[in-house]
Write a protein that binds this ligand. Structure first.
Ligand SMILES: Cc1cc2nc3c(=O)[nH]c(=O)nc-3n(C[C@H](O)[C@H](O)[C@H](O)COP(=O)(O)OP(=O)(O)OC[C@H]3O[C@@H](n4cnc5c(N)ncnc54)[C@H](O)[C@@H]3O)c2cc1C
Length: 433
């Protein structure tokens, strides 16, 4: 797919209703929603599509329930692999396999997904400007002024910052001073064809949670024709305690995965990338006068799984809904755009707060992760529930009580087994040969 001729948006064309900075999942979804509501947005991305984004390329199956109107388009344009089994490994090395009939997860290539979403936005009437970088954001009384790298300028009534983890919109609007080391993870990935780096069981996704007892994880995600694998750590831990080249850690993880029989073949350094990921929850405030931020730009990432595509799409859509109302009412003030925060709080706020609490507890206490995995090993329902919650297929809150009693019961069973084993070991030690 080749990009269309670049559209130049210049000040003499007047003020456009909505400019979306960034054409990733957040920006494209915002554009799709606005176009459907009859507001023609302008999407500006510094890259030309199809462009790649460092990512594992896993997305919850529930994306089709949340965006049913996109399911057919995506199934037609993107190669999607369905994952029904997940192998979860604890820091101490114990592991459990969860499976179920309906998929837990979908895997795909970001190169294809992002191009397909942006194409959809364009088909619905969005004006897409590729290969153009926004270099500043000034909020004035009557418009937002966005200078571009080629020296022109775009004026908009509302701006949606969907410009990713290194974005400029949130900073320019005073919503953040930028993500610090404590709020970030350093994640690696490699997307390599399956005939070069083979996954032994292509239906199973492998997650090493709290890998080596460190605050991070490793993953092997099989796709239709590729494998995506990598390892990630909290950036503050990486800088303080780990150091070294990210590829060395990536290679070490792949070596261990090969030794465990998860993969076979060779890592291809030319397919390797390391990138930042916000991992400490959404910004306290995600809107201002004439501005909203969505996706990674607003910190919308699950803090213990690193899942961000789904939240980018949800927040892009909710920002678009709010922008359309503001344009319709003629009130684009922070007061009016505050509805955006109410909307995402209602839909994903609790889930994202829970994810941060889980991350903090498990990363601080690898032994707890070990106990959870061992308990899941003796209770199949507990195991499936953990996997379904972690992969976004089930909400946590309604299952909290069941998780707690199943965990307690499974821990008791394990303790009883240990007692029986140690008694019989003592008995056989006393028995003369
Ligand atoms: C190694 C790694 C693995 C991951 N694995 C997963 C996974 O398996 N599943 C999952 O759900 N999430 C995963 N994530 C997170 C996921 O990649 C992000 O959450 C997701 O890409 C966020 O989408 P977005 O649209 O907000 O931002 P992005 O996808 O980053 O898009 C931002 C866009 O803005 C453009 N842009 C930036 N600045 C400007 C500018 N000044 N002017 C114009 N354009 C600009 C960029 O070119 C880019 O196209 C992973 C992240 C990493 C780093």
């Amino acid at each position: 797919m080749s990009g269309p001729p670049m559209t130049s948006v210049r000040p003499d064309r007047g003020t456009v209703d909505v400019v979306i900075v960034g054409g990733g999942p957040a920006g494209s979804m915002a554009a799709i929603d606005l176009a459907r509501r009859g507001v023609r947005p302008v999407v500006v991305d510094r890259k030309r599509f199809p462009r790649d984004k460092p990512c594992g390329g896993g997305i919850r199956y529930g994306v089709f329930r949340r965006f049913p109107e996109l399911a057919e388009h995506l199934r037609k344009t993107v190669e999607i692999h369905e994952i029904r089994r997940v192998l979860i490994e604890a820091p101490g090395g114990d592991s459990v396999r969860a499976d179920r009939d309906t998929p837990f997860y979908l895997t795909l290539r970001r190169l294809e997904l992002d191009a397909a979403l942006l194409e959809r936005a364009r088909d619905l009437g969005a004006c897409v400007v590729e290969g153009q970088r926004i270099v500043g954001v000034t909020v004035a009384a009557d418009a937002v002024i966005l200078p571009t790298a080629d020296g022109s300028e775009i004026r908009a009534r509302v701006v949606i910052g969907a410009d990713g983890v290194n974005g400029i919109v949130a900073r320019a609007a005073g919503l953040t001073a930028g993500f610090g080391d404590d709020a970030l993870a350093l994640d690696t990935m490699e997307e390599t064809p399956l005939d070069e780096l083979r996954v032994i069981d292509c239906d199973t996704m492998y997650v090493a949670y709290g890998y080596r007892g460190w605050p991070g994880y490793g993953y092997v995600v099989p796709k239709t024709r590729h494998v995506d694998a990598g390892v990630g750590f909290l950036l503050s831990f990486y800088k303080r305690a780990l150091g070294g080249a990210p590829y060395a850690h990536h290679q070490a993880f792949l070596g261990e995965a090969a030794a465990k029989g998860v993969i076979e073949g060779r890592s291809r350094p030319e397919n390797f990338k390391a990138y930042r990921l916000p991992l400490s929850g959404p910004l306290a405030r995600t809107y201002g006068d004439r501005v909203m931020v969505a996706g990674d730009a607003g910190g919308f990432v699950n803090a213990y799984t690193g899942e961000g595509i789904y939240y980018a799409m949800v927040t892009g859509q909710l920002a678009a809904e709010t922008a359309a109302e503001a344009i319709g009412s003629g009130d684009c003030s922070a007061f009016s755009l505050a509805r955006y925060q109410v909307r995402w709080e209602r839909e994903i706020g609790e889930e994202l707060r829970d994810s941060l609490r889980i991350q903090q507890r498990l990363f601080a206490n690898p032994a707890l992760a070990d106990r959870i995995i061992r308990a899941a090993g003796v209770d199949a329902r507990l195991c499936r529930l953990f996997a379904a919650i972690a992969l976004g297929e089930e909400p946590l809150r309604p299952h909290k009580a069941e998780l707690a009693w199943r965990f307690a019961l499974a821990s008791l069973r394990l303790a009883a087994r240990r007692l029986v084993r140690s008694r019989s070991a003592r008995r056989s030690a006393r028995t003369p040969a």
